[in-house]
Design a protein around this ligand. Structure first.
Ligand SMILES: *Cc1c(COP(=O)(O)O)cnc(C)c1O
Length: 855
């Protein structure tokens, strides 16, 4: 393998009339604009497929003759003109959601969104799976909404692996080199045309990075790359070769590049972020660099700067599986941060405390713990995941009831224009208000689905199913050919799958908890189903296992084995090398999307959401997003949200696979094949419409990015503006107060609680008075709260609610009376308690300082 040490950007010789094709090719907006895609496909359909849908590569490889031909093709030129007019209108739109809502801010904040991976389009393999796709969809919606946001990530020379299977069905990994000169990226240069470079510290040397810019509509994504001659060592140049490759040392260095390097890159570009969003903990070192810069500039201490930086940072957790969290041994921390700690004025112990996690017999530095300490505002990615996360992280907030642990939830979404099929979009254009393309979270717009005639919706969907079947056969033939199969074997690929049969898709990462083979537990029962001549069903699988995940690879092999059995060959197919293109074919063409993880391990899942907009119905365990999306009108549940301890997993699999077969046999198949005289499955079509009507307004990144903006970006920006403008005195006073809280809080106590009733009728009131010692704290620095709720069998208050008590008198010596009249709304035994929490207007939550005093 020869790695390029330099890349030459080959500029296509475009005729003047076609010059702006280059502009379209270099803005990834093409990834969600069917018209732009069509322009490039029409240039050369074969080349378009060969390049895996890469317009820059198409322009770089197309023949001059063809370009000259196109120049004189009036229909083509008219399409180009129309597409450019729409592109210009999009890029210059002044009436965005952001402008309308936040246009009155004195200055727009710079919001920086950090992620280890970005999946924007299939030809740019800079992602592994769900996290990357979500990041890409986040940027696309930020662009649509007009948000002043920039993305920050890493540019991988090899990216994530390409999957192929050997003759035994065992996953093999291939790492083709990304040719950056043929991708829609450009090196960022200074006025003299020289690449802008930054460096980050490595033990005994500096590691240099250059910066690439990717245009994603109106948003810029900056990617760091260490493969430059400035780094003499091979190990440094290859640091950014692979996403999630290499050992722990590689990983921590990549995270140094992403976090510290990312902030330095933005600084070099004159883009100092006001607000940072850490999408998962990989990027959390960014806080250290922001703190270091602030300490130097303002001559303040670490803890003062930390308060300011944390107040402008939010953090999204993605992993409900503790083993999946990012952690490093202290040896790697020592190796990489010994000098850096000194710059921050921290001892080793102080530094490690920022991320310390007790693992039982030993301790590690946890990026999640660190990120929670470094942010004001954290969230999970679905409502159920919020609950799971609060439970998982409760240990960090001692004394805080689990439902009040300050980790919220913003449910994931998908970028509709990226995932909706062209055929479906055309249909929606015809019957819905045109604003379905721009005002995606408006329920009224989507209710227009009722105007779509059943027959047209069904025909549109059937056409996509046919496309999927044709695509799957083509892929199978290619897979067979590359394995050296005989021509007759290859020809048989055209006999697999049936374009009219009920088609169920299952595609995702092959982690064992996702139980890809649950369906195969009872092969006899499945054999009956797939061979039923009247109501056939077929299954298409796709997905990669992590290279080190033997268990995941076993599952793939099991599917391959089944797909080779004579009774299953026609109805079970595995498509290799799952990527965004395969995903689109599948979510656009399948009738049903299957998901059967072991609840509650699926944080959200997004592929099922992609189906909604294409009329694909979900059939899933009530986990992740489906726990909130499901209703009987829009799809099917497997079970009722049960959770099982590990020693009962075997019976869980038995029970849940039973349910899976039963729902399939008794509900899904009959509905699909229950056709009227016109051949239409009316009930099924009604479910497709209900899915769109009920769920389409919600499961979009358009709604999701709005929530991040309203809940985190703008509140954090407001807070930081109040703290630091015009001078930072406010921030310093707050930080000092906050830092001293630890010692002053020791004197806080609730010495007496008085309730003037013992028994009341529902709706009756009682006065509650608490005597509280505050020591040197003023009453406005605390919140005294009545906490109340039903009692469990052990006499504990469960899921209590709270109200603030009002200051009612001063007894001297730092002792105060607080009072409230409480209305008893529920019958039965009610427990009451009183608690004291610190309060400051700059705090994100009173729970964060970990100071809570109960009566
Ligand atoms: C959408 C998507 C994913 C994520 O799907 P999940 O349902 O979250 O597992 C992964 N890979 C690709 C290529 C996708 O398009």
């Amino acid at each position: 393998m020869v790695k390029p040490v330099a890349t030459v950007h080959v500029v296509p010789k475009l005729p003047k009339a076609l010059a702006r094709l280059e502009e379209l090719a270099y803005n990834m907006r093409f990834a969600w604009d069917h018209e732009t895609i069509s322009l490039f496909r029409r240039l050369d359909p074969d080349l378009w497929e060969e390049t895996n849908h890469n317009p820059v590569s198409v322009l770089g490889n197309i023949s001059q003759d063809r370009l000259n031909e196109v120049k004189n093709d009036q229909a083509y030129m008219a399409s180009l003109e129309r597409t450019l007019a729409e592109y210009d209108a999009y890029m210059n739109d002044k009436n965005t959601w952001y402008r309308a809502k936040y246009g009155n801010l004195k200055k727009d904040p710079i919001i920086a969104y950090f992620s280890m991976e970005f999946g924007i389009t299939e030809s740019f393999q800079n992602y592994s799976g769900g996290l990357g796709i979500l990041s890409g969809d986040h940027l696309k919606s930020a662009s649509d909404l007009g948000l002043p946001l920039v993305g920050v990530g890493i540019l991988y020379q090899e990216g994530y692996f390409q999957q192929y299977l050997n003759a035994d069905g065992w996953q093999q990994e291939m790492y083709p080199i990304n040719d950056f000169s043929h991708l829609p990226l450009k090196v960022v240069t200074n006025d003299k045309g020289e690449p802008i470079k930054i460096d980050v510290p490595l033990p005994g040397r500096k590691l240099y990075c250059q910066i690439w810019e990717v245009k994603v509509g109106r948003v810029s994504l900056y990617l760091l790359d260490t493969n430059i001659p400035d780094n003499p060592r091979d190990e440094d140049r290859s640091l950014t070769d692979r996403l999630y490759g290499g050992d722990r040392r590689t990983r921590i260095r990549q995270e140094v590049v992403l976090g510290i390097g990312g902030i330095r890159a933005l600084e070099a570009l004159g883009l100092r972020p006001d607000v940072c969003h850490m999408n998962e903990g990989h990027s959390a070192f960014l806080s250290l660099e922001r703190i270091r810069m602030m300490m130097q500039e303002k001559q303040i201490t670490f803890y003062q700067a930390q308060e300011i930086i944390a107040a402008s940072t939010c953090f999204t957790v993605h992993t409900p599986v503790p083993a999946g969290l990012e952690r490093f041994g202290f040896d790697l921390i020592d190796e990489h941060f010994t000098d850096y700690m000194r710059d921050l004025g921290l001892t080793r112990e102080q530094f490690i405390d920022l991320g310390r996690e007790n693992m039982g017999d030993y301790e590690l530095f946890s990026m999640s713990v660190f990120a929670l300490h470094m942010s004001y505002g954290a969230n999970g990615v679905a409502q159920l995941h919020g609950v799971v996360s609060r439970d998982m992280w409760q240990w960090m907030y001692p004394g805080v009831p689990v439902h009040e642990v300050p980790i919220g939830a913003i449910t994931n979404g998908i970028h509709v224009q990226t995932w909706v099929s062209r055929e479906m979009a055309t249909l929606l254009d015809r019957y819905l208000d045109p604003s379905w393309r721009t005002d995606e979270s408006n329920p009224e717009v989507w209710s227009g689905i009722d105007r779509v005639p059943d027959a047209e919706l069904w025909r549109t969907h059937e056409r996509r199913r046919e496309r999927l079947v044709a695509f799957a056969r083509r892929r199978l033939a290619e897979q067979l050919a590359s394995r050296g199969a005989s021509p007759s074997e290859i020809a048989r690929a055209d006999e697999v799958l049936n374009p009219d049969a009920l088609t169920i898709g299952f595609a995702r990462r092959f982690a064992t908890y996702k139980r890809a083979t649950l369906l195969f537990r009872d092969l006899d029962r499945l054999r009956e189903l797939v061979n039923d001549p009247d109501r056939p069903v077929q299954f298409i699988f796709a997905g990669k296992a992590h290279p080190h995940d033997k268990g995941g690879k076993e599952l793939i092999r099991e599917i391959i084995n089944v797909s080779r059995m004579p009774e299953f060959r026609h109805a079970v197919l595995f498509i290799q090398n799952y990527d965004m293109s395969v995903a689109r074919y599948m979510v656009q063409g399948c009738d049903v999307w299957l998901n059967n993880p072991r609840r509650p391990k699926e944080a959200s899942g997004t592929s099922g959401m992609k189906g909604i907009y294409n009329g694909c119905l979900n059939f899933s365990i009530l986990d992740g997003w489906w726990a909130e999306g499901y209703s009987r009108e829009v799809g099917w549940a497997i079970g009722n949200g049960e959770e099982y301890p590990e020693d009962e997993w075997e019976s869980q699999d038995r029970i849940e696979s039973e349910t899976l077969y039963r729902v399939l046999e008794n509900d899904i198949l009959p509905k699909f094949y229950n056709r009227g005289r016109d051949g239409l499955p009316r009930e099924w079509i009604e479910m497709m419409k209900s899915g769109i009507r009920n769920m389409a307004p919600f499961f979009t990144t358009y709604r999701m990015v709005q929530e991040y903006t309203d809940q985190f970006y703008i509140p954090n920006y407001d807070r930081i503006t109040k703290m630091t403008a015009p001078g930072i005195e406010n921030a310093l006073n707050y930080a000092n107060w906050r830092h001293q809280l630890g010692s002053t809080w020791g004197n806080v106590a609730v010495t007496d609680v008085n309730i003037d009733v013992r028994e009341v009728e529902v709706g009756g009131k009682g006065d509650v008075t608490a005597t509280v010692q505050l020591g040197s704290l003023a009453p406005e620095n605390v919140r005294v709260q009545l906490y109340y709720g039903k009692l469990d069998t052990r006499g504990n208050i469960v899921e209590g609610e709270c109200i603030d008590m009002a200051l009612a008198g001063e007894e001297g010596n730092g002792t105060y009376l607080f009072k409230t009249d409480h209305k008893f709304d529920a019958t039965g035994q009610q427990g009451l308690s009183v608690r004291v929490l610190p309060y400051h207007e700059y705090m994100h939550t009173s729970f964060q300082p970990n100071l809570i005093t109960w009566a």
